[in-house]
Design a protein around this ligand. Sequence first.
Ligand code: SAM
Ligand code: DTB
Ligand code: SF4
Length: 329
Amino acid sequence: MSTQTYHSPAHPVSIAQLEEIYRSPFFDLIQRSRSVQLQNWDEDNVQLCTLLSVKTGGCSEDCSYCAQSSRYNTGVKAGKLMGCDEILPLAKQARESGTTRFCMGAAWKGVKSGDSRFESMLETVREVSKLGMEVCVTLGQLGDEEARQLKEAGVTAYNHNIDTSPEFYPQIVTSHTFDDRLNTISSVQKAGMAVCCGGIIGMGETERDRLRMLEVLCGFNPPPESVPINCLMSMPGTPLEDQPVVDVFELVRLIATTRIMLPKARIRLSAGRTRLTREGQALCFFAGANSVFYGDKLLTAANPGTNEDLDLLRAIDLAPMEQGLPASV
Ligand code: SAM
Ligand code: DTB
Ligand code: SF4
């Protein structure tokens, strides 16, 4: 693992402990995670988050799962950074649709203070943050100063995933390191923004890699506020285009283990829902997932339609989280 020392584990766990939980009999596991869920959260509450790709494609990085990397021929065209005037109406629309978190994502390596694109993002954040939703951005690598400025502009949470285990990471990305990811997360924590950090399963990693990823997340101090669990959307043209679909029971086991180990984190059932059945998703909610991305599109990949999602929540008596910022934000 990383040699960094900034995170004295808040909640140290061993792989052996995680394996024991993850491998426990399926119904015991989800019953246990359900009871942790009920002790910590309203039983029927699901947060809807809206994603907007504010700068799509043409990314310098070589993340092998990503359709937006310029290294692969994926058919995703490189776009320019959207301005505040374009983004603000979409943020307002998102709020009208009932979402409580607006997440803006950019396809580039990272941001630097003083750069005109970063200044433009700060202006956007200042405006969007007046709308009364949680404001999340995912802008890649940053340092202490950039994090401070984002926090000051009104960002409530920064999404930066570790994506997999430290050991498997170099097989997935070579243009930056796992430690680069941890350094960014450290800056976000120092600035006082909530950390949204999770990963992807289905990239060819082992069960141990998935649990090592969780072990690292459990070591964050403070623990992550939210944990997105993405199932790989295998994107044509990327090195991972032929990866098979994730087994739903493996996904549910990982969600349940995450719920048990990080009881207060919002677990976001993220990419890959178009490849899950309604019953599969219901099982994920039972096991501890309590948030989804809401809207027909993720960044470039498909997501279930909004009506489909509302129907599903209604059918299983779950309710979208109500608008109005929680006191903690
Ligand atoms: N460029 C920034 C970064 O890499 O942090 C922000 C955007 S990036 C697309 C955000 C996250 O989306 C990645 O860390 C990864 O977890 C997820 N992601 C990207 N492509 C995906 C795919 N094809 N399937 C599942 N998750 C994906
Ligand atoms: C996260 O963990 N998943 C979202 C969000 N954070 C930015 C992104 C999913 C991207 C799926 C692939 C695509 O749309 O290209
Ligand atoms: Fe770029 Fe982010 Fe995609 Fe990696 S995951 S290629 S950094 S947009």
